[in-house]
Every structure is written in structure tokens, then in C-alpha cells.
Ligand binder design. Structure first.
Ligand SMILES: *Cc1c(COP(=O)(O)O)cnc(C)c1O
Length: 465
């Protein structure tokens, strides 16, 4: 290959990225594309002969870009964020350049040691006891599966039960199935009025199951549920797990970042009872997907669950180093600690905290406006930066607010200015506004609120006409 060409195109790509970030607000968050359109515009087979970057890049702009959902658009309020930032993007470029495989210390000494150090920094910032040791997994789903595999290692599968609240993420059910417990071994613990796990109910279920000769293997508590950021109480849940020797895994995929803020550190009160804890810097800590920070207290249990020692991977250092290939499912691992290191250093703790605080403040001011409006209502408490709410339509639509809210969501998302998604809370269709993109500003949250009010107005007029 030609180093001068690489240099020239490298500069063009970085310029493109800078322009993209500056101009992304003017692009539609959701693409105007239909299923099959992109595939249909691509050739049937790979090119026989090399093509120039000019042609490839032109097609990137012509075919790919218009069919992308822009996750880092400032008007992206859907699901939970998968955010990024300049230092994270730069580090990802370097990770790609090094192209290292970080399965063991020997295959990438700096990657292994940096991963240990940044995860300790991060654990300290979250207030995790130093008895937790950290590893970067690809996703929270994998960390939850690993926790359940650890529970299986400890308790076995016979008569085993796994407990999680009715609001736990779908990855818990998937993990229970993949780990061999099966969906029927997953016991759903009822939630309280705020959609958080009811520890009294958990207590009763554990007692009942133990008396029936069943074997409680794991409890998965959620700090910040996906529907509404409900916070399962770790102190009482952890005490129950301790008493019965049940493995406790804490899924704080989105909300964990908030524990960096002293005023929100209490969301993890009781986490010292957990055997396993995961949160996603790739959701709300400005670090490109993928990067899940997974902490365990009993490393030996994790190693018993995952480690193998094939001859071809043995090295002279195995006794004195950590080989992260034994801390997770895949053998191969990307150098993900680099972007986290760049982010932590470039923003500093102060910069991270101010960004998180800004998001929480934006969500609260949106929630205030919803609360104050006669035709809208909040559907759940707003502990962090997610607002769950509903339109309360008057007239004929009042009898059936679910389709009315669904229509309103579609109307607002059609604008291209913002993107919101929905959930179901207490059986009712509920709109969600999740603030968490780095570039999101007050004007974007205001645009969402105006579009919602105008959309409601338009739908009301339509119904009356
Ligand atoms: C997003 C989310 C997950 C899944 O995260 P991945 O990293 O995509 O697997 C799990 N649990 C909760 C509570 C989430 O919000």
C-alpha cells in the first residue's frame, strides 16, 4: 500500500469526522430508508479489482450515511444512549492501528496492565470496594451471562433458581437460558410502585423455594432498569443473598455512571454485597461501543468458570500476570482500555461529572415541564436522566390513550429532529426521553418538548376534524 495515500485519506477522514460532529444536528436522526434499500443498491459480489478510496468514500456518503440512525445526534433520546466523544474516537483509531489481540499479558502487556489500572480508577470513582477486580467485557449482556455461569459453577443446575425483578433487562432471561438454567428457572420478583424490586417479596420467595427443596443460585438486581431507571435496593437484597449464600449480580448498565457523582453515589449503597457488578461506559460515559466494565469479587470462581490452559497459549509469565482471556467467553479481545484511558484523562473526573450533571439537569427540566402541563403526565420517578411520560389526550382519544401516545411518538419521530422510543409501564404505553449524548444541549430537549406539544395539538385537530 501507499503511505502517502494513507496519510492523505487519513487526514480526509479525520476532517470528515470533525465536520460530521459539527453538522450532525442538521441531519435527520432517523434515516428515511426502507428495508432492503441499502442492500439493493450494493453490487451482487465483491469487486474483482482494487477500487480507489475516492469511489469507496463517495459510496459511504451516498449509500451508507443517509441510511444510518445517528446515535450521537444531539436529538437522540431513544433507548439508552451509546455515546462517544473526541478522545474516545481518537483512541479507537489508535486501537485499530495497533490491531492487537489482547487475550493474554504476553500478547499485549500494555493493554492488560492499562485495563487493570483504568478499571481500578473507575472502580474507585464508583465507590466499589477494592476487593472487586475489573475486566472489560464487550457488553453487559455478556457480563450477566458470565455471572450466571459463575452461579452455575457454584450451585449446579439441579433444582436451581435465578431471581430478577419483573423489570429486569431481557439479557437476564437470555443469560438464564444460555447458562442452562432455562426460562422456567427464572423467578420474577414483583416490583413496588416505583418499579424497583420488592425485597420483602424476594425474601418470601427465597424462603418458599428453600423449603420446597429448590436451590437459589443467583439474584440479578438492576440499578437503573431499562424501562424507567428504577433502582433495586442493593442493601436489603444483598443482605438476603448473603444470608442464603446466593450469588448477587448487579446490572447497572446505564445508571452505573451516575455513581461518579457524590450526590448520586447512594444508588450503589450495598454493592459490597454483590459478587458481580457491571456498568457500560459505552452507554453513558462518552466511550465508544463496546466497553462494559465488569467487576467480580471472587476471581477464582470466574477463573474456574472460564479458564482453559491449552499448551499453545502457555507463557513463561502465567504465574505472575493476569491473562484476561480467562475472565470471559471469547479468547480474542480488543484493546478497549485505551479509549477509556483517553476519556478519563482528557475529561478528568471534573469533566465527566459536569457532563453527567448537565444531562440530569436537562432531563429534570423536561420532567418539570411535563409535570406542569395539563395534558401530559409523568409515568415514573426521574432519579437520573430518563423521563417516562404520557400524553393525556382529551375528547374521544381519552378513552384509549395507548394508541394516541403511539401516534404521537410516530408524529414526533417523523420530524427527523429528535428520536424517542417507548416502553410499557403498569401495562400502559409510555414514552421515554433519555438524555445522554455528549452533544445534546438545552435547545435539543426544548425542541423535543415543542414537537411533543405541537404533535399532540395536530393529532387533536385531526381527530376533531
Ligand atoms: C442496555 C442494558 C443492558 C444491555 O446492555 P448491552 O451492553 O447492550 O448488553 C442490560 N441491562 C440494562 C439494565 C440495560 O439498560
Amino acid at each position: 500500500m501507499n503511505p502517502d495515500e494513507f496519510r492523505a485519506w487519513g487526514h480526509r477522514v479525520v476532517d470528515w469526522i470533525a465536520d460530521y460532529r459539527e453538522g450532525v444536528r442538521s441531519l435527520p436522526v432517523l434515516p428515511a430508508t426502507t428495508p432492503g434499500e441499502v442492500a439493493g443498491a450494493l453490487p451482487d459480489s465483491a469487486p474483482e479489482e482494487p477500487e480507489g478510496y475516492e469511489a469507496i468514500f463517495t459510496d459511504f456518503e451516498r449509500l451508507v450515511l443517509p441510511a444510518m440512525t445517528h446515535w450521537n445526534h444531539p436529538g437522540f433520546f431513544a433507548y439508552f444512549p451509546a455515546n462517544n466523544s473526541e478522545p474516545s474516537i481518537l483512541a479507537e483509531m489508535l486501537t485499530a492501528a495497533l490491531g492487537a489481540q489482547c487475550m493474554s499479558w504476553q500478547t499485549s502487556p500494555a493493554a492488560t496492565e492499562l485495563e487493570q489500572v483504568v478499571l481500578r480508577w473507575l472502580g474507585d470513582l464508583l465507590g466499589l470496594p477494592r476487593s472487586f477486580r475489573g475486566v472489560i467485557q464487550d457488553t453487559a449482556s455478556s457480563a450477566t451471562l458470565l455471572a450466571l455461569l459463575m452461579a452455575r459453577e457454584r450451585t449446579g443446575l439441579v433444582n436451581a433458581r435465578v431471581y430478577a425483578s419483573e423489570e429486569a433487562h431481557a439479557s437476564v432471561e437470555k443469560g438464564a437460558r444460555l447458562a442452562g438454567f432455562g426460562s422456567s428457572a427464572l423467578v420474577r420478583v414483583p416490583v413496588d410502585a416505583d418499579h424497583a424490586m420488592d425485597p420483602t417479596a424476594l425474601d418470601a420467595m427465597l424462603e418458599r423455594d428453600l423449603q420446597a427443596g429448590l436451590r437459589p443460585a443467583a439474584v440479578v438486581a438492576t440499578v437503573g432498569t431499562t424501562s424507567s431507571t428504577a433502582l433495586d435496593p442493593l442493601e436489603p437484597v444483598g443482605a438476603l443473598c448473603r444470608r442464603h449464600g446466593v450469588l448477587l449480580h448487579v446490572d447497572a448498565a446505564f445508571a452505573g455512571s451516575a455513581a461518579l457523582l457524590p450526590e448520586h453515589a447512594s444508588i450503589l449503597r450495598g454493592v459490597e454485597h454483590a459478587d458481580s457488578f457491571v456498568f457500560n461506559p459505552h452507554k453513558w460515559l462518552f466511550t465508544n461501543f463496546d466497553c462494559s466494565a465488569h467487576y467480580v469479587q471472587d476471581v477464582d470462581l470466574l477463573l474456574r468458570t472460564c479458564s482453559t490452559q491449552p499448551e499453545y497459549l502457555r507463557t513463561a509469565h502465567d504465574r505472575e500476570v493476569v491473562n484476561f482471556r480467562d475472565w470471559g467467553i471469547p479468547l480474542g479481545r480488543r484493546f478497549r482500555a485505551l479509549k477509556l484511558w483517553f476519556v478519563l484523562r482528557r475529561f478528568g473526573v471534573t469533566g465527566l461529572r459536569s457532563r453527567l450533571r448537565r444531562h440530569i439537569a436537562l432531563a429534570r427540566s423536561f420532567a418539570e415541564q411535563v409535570r406542569a402541563h395539563p395534558d401530559f403526565e409523568l409515568a415514573a420517578p426521574v432519579p437520573l436522566s430518563l423521563v417516562c411520560f404520557r400524553w393525556r389526550p382529551a375528547g374521544a382519544r381519552a378513552r384509549d390513550p395507548d394508541p394516541a401516545n403511539e401516534a404521537l411518538l410516530q408524529e414526533v419521530n417523523r420530524s427527523g429532529r429528535v428520536f424517542l422510543t417507548h416502553t410499557r409501564l403498569d401495562g400502559r404505553y409510555t414514552l421515554r426521553l433519555a438524555v445522554g449524548q455528549e452533544l445534546t444541549a438545552e435547545e435539543d430537549v426544548e425542541a423535543a418538548w415543542e414537537l411533543l406539544q405541537k404533535g399532540a395539538e395536530a393529532l387533536r385537530a385531526e381527530k376533531e376534524a
